[in-house]
Design a protein around this ligand. Structure first.
Ligand code: HEC
Ligand code: HEC
Ligand code: HEC
Ligand code: HEC
Ligand code: HEC
Ligand code: HEC
Ligand code: HEC
Ligand code: HEC
Length: 443
């Protein structure tokens, strides 16, 4: 291709982008009564007119991602099971009245006692944030795993040393640069490179709230009539399914911003993204993957998985399966229907033949959304490419490569080779029910 063609191709793409950006963002700016770009107002304001949605949202996990370190929010054990040893050093957790402390090795290799100011999470795991005198928020190096009820190394203690850039107390490791964009809504801070100080760290909401998915609402709350819809983003009305799913994908992804903030660091969340906009140019995806190079090994990569799926191609989006603020209380994963019923609601014609005839109960999720990635413990996060992870890959790449079948058939006698053979036989000969069941006996 000649360089001219490339250029005109790029220009055409930019034109399309500009036009679509105008459609999505521009109208809002032009027509609002105030004429000003919208700012964040916080969920309490939205509640004034959308009370039922507000209550529905409060019953999901999104509001509670980042909390003050109050006794009612702490799920970790600071009283009895309250030490963690790495090498020959033991980190200690303690409590005085309603305050929580962690004693560990920090800056300059010195032991110190840090007051926990904020908490992150509670479902899979909980982490603890402290504030340094320069205003930098740092995530302390131990983590509480909810399912197993124990302390583990989060960042630093085993693999890193103070000053190597990856140790929890290093200046590159602040909550402001590495976390806030995905765990708070409408966050702001300033950073002075010369003195290494943070100022005015704040957010419109501590957790993931209305405006994270609908965009800043200051113009909307003053709007009337037709302007009501023009001043706020309804993700369901974003025409292109990929751009629509980016509303969720701004956080359910992994990588780095392409632009630097304060000339210093490329934050690990997409700086400058607003619902309705594009992630493509402002964020570089860097997923943590299995040996096959494609399937997710780490958590918060649901959007990256989804992009590869037939669902993405055909426009089945996150909220076709998940709700974000329905009335009534929420289930753990915010799914619209439980288990396989969710899939069967659309896939009404999956017959119990071939591979779908193996099991007495057809657990779609077990095979098509294998719990193969890790948040706190291996296998607590589901594959969102909806592709079956085959035992053939495990045979090819070794034990480190998980597969859908062995995640249930995990007994040592359930060899990937035997499970792969079942799949091959089904492909060539079909599945003849009972007879084949005898040939392969689960342990
Ligand atoms: C003063 C009342 C009021 C406040 C405050 C308010 N809204 Fe609305 N909102 C409305 C009305 C009225 C509508 C249009 C009718 C409807 O859908 O209920 C609307 C519609 C919406 C829609 C749907 C737009 C569409 O195109 O379908 C969204 C999304 C929305 N609001 C989000 C928010 C968010 C987020 C906040 C807080 C930042 C908020 N609203 C605060 C009154 C309000
Ligand atoms: C790109 C967005 C993004 C960034 C950056 C990010 N997270 Fe998260 N985090 C998520 C999402 C999304 C989830 C939930 C889904 C999942 O785990 O797959 C999550 C889950 C968590 C959980 C578990 C919550 C629970 O209830 O168990 C903790 C703890 C956590 N993150 C801490 C952090 C810390 C500390 C940082 C900064 C070092 C950080 N995250 C950076 C998006 C992000
Ligand atoms: C995690 C993302 C997310 C959060 C947080 C969120 N919403 Fe939504 N909201 C959506 C999506 C996606 C849709 C469109 C699809 C749907 O209706 O489920 C929507 C639809 C809406 C609508 C229009 C449709 C309807 O049901 O009336 C309103 C109004 C709205 N949201 C208000 C709010 C308010 C108010 C809050 C905070 C209390 C909030 N949303 C929090 C994602 C979110
Ligand atoms: C601003 C960042 C952000 C946005 C935007 C966002 N999420 Fe999340 N989401 C999170 C974080 C952080 C968690 C971790 C929750 C926890 O600690 O349990 C989470 C958790 C979840 C969960 C798991 C529920 C649970 O047990 O916590 C689902 C499902 C989910 N999000 C779906 C969505 C969907 C669908 C959208 C888009 C409509 C969306 N999210 C938009 C950050 C975000
Ligand atoms: C909102 C409707 C809807 C829901 C819910 C849904 N799907 Fe789909 N699915 C589709 C559509 C549409 C396609 C693409 C057309 C087709 O192949 O049938 C598709 C395609 C697929 C494919 C790929 C087929 C191929 O030939 O590449 C798989 C696998 C799949 N879905 C599995 C699931 C599973 C597992 C669930 C439940 C977790 C589920 N789907 C839930 C609508 C849905
Ligand atoms: C024992 C594991 C297993 C279970 C359980 C399972 N599938 Fe599949 N499914 C497969 C395999 C293997 C394929 C072949 C394609 C592949 O390798 O991804 C497949 C293919 C599909 C396809 C692609 C089109 C087709 O029919 O060939 C769809 C759609 C699908 N499954 C949906 C479902 C749904 C819906 C459920 C639950 C009712 C389900 N599957 C349960 C393993 C399973
Ligand atoms: C076809 C249905 C479907 C679609 C589309 C879908 N999910 Fe899920 N999601 C599920 C199911 C099913 C679970 C697991 C629930 C269970 O085991 O009961 C899940 C679990 C999750 C969880 C909990 C952590 C994990 O991965 O196990 C998060 C977070 C999540 N989804 C976010 C998203 C986001 C973001 C999108 C869009 C990029 C999305 N989902 C698209 C069906 C879907
Ligand atoms: C969600 C868990 C789960 C997953 C995923 C799963 N299995 Fe199974 N499998 C079972 C259970 C439970 C049984 C026994 C009851 C039954 O037949 O449903 C079984 C039975 C079988 C049998 C019949 C042998 C017997 O003792 O009845 C075969 C063959 C089999 N599985 C192969 C596979 C293959 C191949 C895969 C991957 C494509 C797979 N399974 C994935 C749970 C699972």
């Amino acid at each position: 291709m000649s360089s001219k063609k490339v250029l005109s191709g790029a220009a055409a793409i930019i034109m399309v982008l500009l036009i679509s950006m105008l459609i999505i963002n521009g109208c809002a700016r032009k027509t609002v009564s105030t004429g000003k770009a919208a700012t964040y107002v916080g969920s309490a304001k939205c509640k004034e007119c959308h009370e039922k949605l507000y209550e529905g949202w409060r019953s999901t996990m999104h509001p509670y991602k980042f909390m003050d370190a109050l006794p009612e929010n702490v799920v970790a054990d600071f009283d009895k099971n309250n030490t963690f040893t790495a090498g020959d050093y033991t980190t200690k957790m303690s409590r005085k009245g309603d305050e929580f402390f962690i004693t560990t090795i920090g800056k300059d290799n010195k032991e110190d006692t840090y007051k926990v100011k904020y908490l992150i999470g509670s479902v899979w795991k909980q982490r603890f944030v402290t504030e340094f005198p320069n205003g930098g928020l740092h995530t302390l190096p131990v983590q509480w795993n909810a399912a197993t009820g124990g302390w583990v190394d989060y960042h630093g203690l085993k693999e890193h040393k103070p000053g190597d850039g990856k140790y929890w107390s290093d200046k590159t490791m602040t909550y402001q640069f590495n976390c806030t964009g995905c765990h708070n809504t409408g966050s702001e801070f300033t950073y002075d490179t010369a003195t290494d100080t943070f100022k005015d760290t704040k957010w419109a909401d501590k957790g993931v709230s209305c405006e994270a998915c609908h965009g800043p609402g200051s113009n909307h709350i003053k709007a009337e009539g037709e302007e009501l819809a023009r001043t706020i983003v309804n993700p369901a009305k974003i025409f292109d399914p990929r751009r629509a799913a980016m509303v969720c994908g701004q956080c359910h992804t992994r990588g780095k911003s392409t632009g630097k903030l304060f000339d210093f660091q490329n934050p690990e969340y997409p700086v400058g993204y607003k619902p309705g906009g594009l992630l493509t140019f402002i964020f570089e995806e860097k997923p943590g993957v299995n040996p096959d190079g494609g399937t997710s090994r780490q958590h918060h990569q649901q959007y990256i998985d989804w992009e590869k799926s037939t669902h993405a191609q055909t426009g089945v989006k996150c909220w076709d399966c998940h709700y974000t603020h329905r009335q009534g209380t929420s289930n753990r994963y915010q799914t619209k229907l439980p288990g396989s019923l969710l899939c069967k609601n659309c896939h009404i014609d999956v017959e119990k033949t071939g591979v779908h005839g193996i099991h007495s109960t057809n657990n779609c999720i077990g095979c098509h959304m294998a719990p193969a990635a890790k948040s706190a413990t291996p296998g607590d996060i589901h594959n969102h490419s909806f592709k079956v992870m085959s035992p053939h890959e495990t045979i090819k790449l070794g034990k480190d490569q998980p597969n859908s079948c062995n995640l249930c058939h995990y007994h040592k006698d359930d060899k990937p080779e035997d499970l792969a053979k079942i799949l091959d036989d089904i492909k060539s000969k079909g599945w003849s029910g009972k007879k084949d069941k005898k040939a392969y006996k689960t342990q």
